[in-house]
Design a protein around this ligand. Structure first.
Ligand SMILES: [Zn+2]
Length: 249
């Protein structure tokens, strides 16, 4: 059974799935309010130093600028919530599993994440994703293909974010989600190294969440199919570093 995973193509760790873009300027976010809330000015962290090389791609670019990715605002924390229903482990263990992967993405990008606790919210991968004016926390959840159509077949997870335009006209991600396939995670429970594969799926989807697209190289974790890559490759790391260099709103 284990070789099934090694030889690849058994499951697809998919794809982005939604990048909705809502174009409007958030009126309430004046700079004065931001300062009042302590949100102002400087990035909260700095991207890591990583060796050059590899390949990466971005999900979205700034309008008219192919070199500038859409990224999260590095001056504010990315709030996330977890709905542990359907995860193979108990809620506490699930939170630790997610926190560990989130910490890795944070360390590479310099983006700061803040855990907002457990939630009953369910994932929504169709329709209007960004409520007008809203900034819903990122939702990390588990679901079946009967609830979330996009998990049909061998898809082991979904990840993506939605952007909106700031007062300066730049697009920034404001909310997003990662949904993991209950069936795939349950199957991996019985595999040797299954937990490592579960973690790789989550890292891949978090890569989408912060703005990475798929690449053709199987040496990168952002390859669309998992063929045994368990951690970020060199190109993944370089792409994550670039996504940590977004501009502050
Ligand atoms: Zn993917």
């Amino acid at each position: 059974m284990r070789e099934r995973w090694r030889s690849g193509l058994v499951f697809v760790i998919s794809t982005l799935l939604f990048v909705g873009i809502v174009l409007f300027a958030p009126g309430s976010e004046t700079s004065a309010l931001r300062r009042l809330l302590g949100l102002g000015g400087d990035p909260l962290g700095a991207p890591a130093d990583v060796p050059p090389g590899g390949v990466y791609a971005f999900l979205e670019h700034q309008p008219g600028d192919e070199d500038a990715p859409v990224a999260w605002d590095p001056c504010r924390e990315i709030r996330y919530e977890i709905n542990p229903d359907g995860a193979p482990d108990g809620a506490g263990e699930t939170e630790a599993f997610v926190a560990d992967a989130v910490a890795e993405v944070s360390a590479v990008t310099g983006l700061r994440f803040e855990y907002g606790g457990r939630t009953d919210r369910r994932p929504r991968w169709s329709g209007a994703f960004v409520p007008m004016g809203g900034r819903e926390p990122v939702l990390i959840s588990w679901a079946t293909e009967s609830e979330v159509d996009q998990l049909e077949g061998d898809v082991a997870g979904l990840g993506g974010s939605a952007a909106r335009s700031g007062n300066d006209g730049r697009l920034r991600f404001v909310t997003g989600g990662v949904t993991l396939d209950i069936e795939s995670f349950d199957d991996l429970e019985d595999e040797r190294d299954g937990e490592d594969y579960q973690r790789a799926i989550l890292l891949h989807e978090l890569g989408h969440l912060v703005g990475l697209d798929h690449v053709d190289s199987p040496a990168e974790l952002m390859f669309a199919d998992n063929v045994g890559q368990l951690g970020f490759g060199r190109g993944d790391l370089n792409g994550l570093v670039e996504l940590g260099k977004g501009t502050c709103a």
